[in-house]
Design a protein around this ligand. Structure first.
Ligand code: MLT
Length: 261
C-alpha cells in the first residue's frame, strides 16, 4: 500500500497458503507451520501493518484495510489463488478478505478466532487500552496478554517460549497496537457471512483458549457449510506455537483434502 510497507516472508513453492498472525504479534508465530508445510506449499506470512517489520502509520487499522494490504502484496508478487489462514485478529482479517476478494480464496483456516463483533464494553476497553499503550508503551499490554496466550502449564515448563512471545509483543509499536485495537473495535459482525462461505474451511481451537473459547469455534462450524473443527488439547490461544505439530498436522490434512486447481 502507498502509505505503508508490508513485510512478508515466503517459504517453499506450490499452491499458496497465506497465514496471518494475531494481535499484537508478528509473522514468526507461523514459523513452525511454514517450515513443515513449505515442503509442499508456498507459505506466505505477512506482518500486518503496525506489527513486526511492516510500517506503522498513524490511524485506525480496519480489518478491510489489512485485507487490502494483503491484496496489494499478492498482486505485487503475482499470486492469484490462496488458501487463507488467520489466528485470532488474523481470522477477523480473513473474514474481511473473503468479503472483499472471495474470488482469490480457495480455502479458509480459522484459528483461535471468532465471528462476532465486539460488545460495547469490549469496544470501550479497547479504546482505554489504546490510550494507555500510546501513553505508557507496549510493555503493559504484553504483560496483560502473556498469561492468556498459553496454558499455565506451558508458562511453567516453557518460560523461554513465553519470554520470546512477550518480547514480540513488547516490540510491537504503540501506534501499531492502538491502530489494531481501534480497528478491531469497529469490525463488523461476521456471523451473517458464515452460511455463505463456499470454500472448504477448517476451524482450529485451543481447548483451553480463554480469549476465543472452543464454544465460539463450535458455533462457527455449525454455521459454515461443510466446515470441520480441530480442537487442540493442552493449548490456550497461541496454538501455532504452543502445539506446533498438532496445528501443522491439522492444516496439512485439511490441505491434502482440498481438490487441486
Ligand atoms: C488476537 O489474539 O488477535 C486478539 O486477542 C484478538 C482480540 O483481541 O479480539
Amino acid at each position: 500500500m502507498d502509505d505503508c510497507d508490508i513485510f512478508y516472508e515466503s517459504f517453499g513453492s506450490g499452491p499458496a497458503l497465506v497465514l496471518l498472525h494475531g494481535f499484537p504479534l508478528d509473522r514468526t508465530i507461523w514459523r513452525p507451520q511454514a517450515e513443515e508445510l513449505s515442503k509442499k506449499y508456498r507459505v506466505i506470512t505477512p506482518d500486518l501493518r503496525g506489527h513486526g517489520l511492516s510500517g506503522a502509520p498513524e490511524g485506525v487499522y480496519s480489518m478491510d484495510l489489512y485485507a487490502r494490504d494483503l491484496n496489494a502484496v499478492l498482486d505485487s508478487i503475482g499470486v492469484r489463488a490462496i488458501i487463507l489462514g488467520g489466528l485470532s485478529m488474523g481470522g477477523y482479517v480473513a473474514f474481511a478478505f473473503y468479503r472483499l476478494f472471495k474470488e482469490r480464496v480457495h480455502g479458509l483456516i480459522l484459528v483461535d478466532t471468532k465471528a462476532d463483533a465486539d460488545t460495547p464494553e469490549a469496544r470501550a476497553r479497547r479504546e482505554e487500552q489504546a490510550l494507555s499503550v500510546l501513553r505508557n508503551g507496549s510493555g503493559e499490554i504484553a504483560g496483560q496478554l502473556i498469561g492468556r496466550m498459553f496454558t499455565e502449564k506451558t508458562l511453567r515448563v516453557n518460560p523461554v517460549l513465553a519470554e520470546r512471545v512477550r518480547r514480540m509483543m513488547e516490540s510491537t509499536s504503540p501506534v501499531g497496537i492502538a491502530g489494531a485495537l481501534r480497528g478491531m473495535a469497529e469490525r463488523p459482525d461476521s456471523t451473517p457471512l458464515l452460511p455463505s462461505i463456499k470454500v472448504p474451511t477448517l476451524v482450529i481451537a485451543g481447548e483451553e483458549d480463554p480469549i476465543t473459547p472452543v464454544s465460539d469455534a463450535w458455533r462457527m462450524v455449525g454455521m459454515i457449510p461443510g466446515s470441520e473443527l480441530a480442537v487442540v488439547p493442552g493449548a490456550a490461544h497461541l496454538t501455532s506455537l504452543e502445539k506446533p505439530d498438532e496445528v501443522s498436522g491439522a492444516i496439512r490434512r485439511f490441505l491434502e483434502g482440498i481438490p487441486k486447481g
